[in-house]
Design a protein around this ligand. Sequence first.
Ligand code: ATP
Ligand code: MG
Length: 438
Amino acid sequence: VSSSHEVTGSQSPGAGAGKRRRAVELVSTGTELLSGRVLNTHARTLATYLAPFGLVLHRDTTVTDEPAAIADAVRGALARVDLLFVSGGLGPTPDDLTRDAVATVLGRLVVSDAAAESHIRERSERRGRRFTPAIARQALVVQGAKVLLNPVGYAPGERLCSGDKTLFVLPGPPTEFAAVMDAHVIPWLEAQTDGAGRLPQHVFLLCGKGESDVVALLKRHRLPPKEVDVAFCASPGQLELRLTGRRHGAAVRSRVEKAADTLRRLLAENVFAEEDTTLPAVIGSLLRAQGKRLAVAESCTGGLLGDRLTSVPGSSEYFQGGLIAYTNDAKIALLGVNPDTLARDGAVSESVAAEMARGARRVFAADFGIGITGIAGPGGGSEQKPVGTVCVALAGQEEALTRRLRLSGTRETVKFSSTQAALHLLRRILSGRPQDRE
Ligand code: ATP
Ligand code: MG
């Protein structure tokens, strides 16, 4: 990072005394983001992209589509930071006025860009769309902008300099926002760091440990070392722990690695990945490596487990299929669950989950079958089986493994946590460490 790009007037917590870290802001535009219709996801996306570079998102201002509101927010942010992202409102409709607002703030004109125009023309021809004036409008950029062609859409992004400040204007649709980040912004950031690249970092994905457990453990072992930050991100059935060095260079890198070695030793049974990935992807790699196939039988999760498994590219290599058997009749007819078991133990029981798992394994001729049955709520609970009672089972060649869970949260989180629990059960078997804690 060149010195002319050091932030003035902003100091991030954790940066160490006297150390300045570049601050970044985002201006998200879009009336729909403020009306409750669309969830603003760009702040999270951007922060995730920036973190490895040691860049911290300090503020996300969301404004309506009105040019005056956009200009106001951009002007304010530019006064505070030297790296600013502005998203949305680059499209073909009359409410897409971001470039005009940015041009106003910078005192520049809006001009048509030849490269953007031919990109847009080719793309519309390829897709059999007429090259209308509205489509052509998306080739307009702020004068002096470095045009960042959009690999997955029409409107290009733009990189602008104003004094020693850099401003990125990026398209609003989340896939386009991410694609322009990947194609243009990240390479620019890599170049800015003078080839030093990303800050040293190590990530652990954990299960069966809460944030407070890990915080206590870190304290006991005097971790993290100097100039290494720890960040946590908890979600249902998973805790992410990320170590990030505050500086480039071999010394801090080796401190991060040493701390990672220690943590690996201390948390071995709780670590399910040491990269940014998902539990279904980890399961997928294990199944593929072992040449094993999986099938599922779902009741309360309503197909969520199948959905998560099939979200992994290439899952057809190991995922055979799934059945949603919601009623008792469906469990009996489709999965061969014994009516006597249902009558004796109830639909939400470890025995029924086990029979569902065995049924899925048999119906789909798979090596492993998973069964999930439970009460996702908010209604339907009883004193014996309160809302959040979920039974999961894993059937392989041997006796089915079962777990009875007491989950909390909304219907959505209970469903998600149930799929996590079932996948963790399978992961333990596949990784040959059935003693691991979930
Ligand atoms: P388009 O060419 O599609 O009009 P655009 O660059 O003009 O793209 P917008 O019109 O602001 O962008 O938004 C396009 C779509 O992307 C809308 O569906 C919008 O809800 C969504 N979107 C925009 N900004 C965000 C955001 N911050 N988070 C999530 N979705 C967003
Ligand atoms: Mg638009």
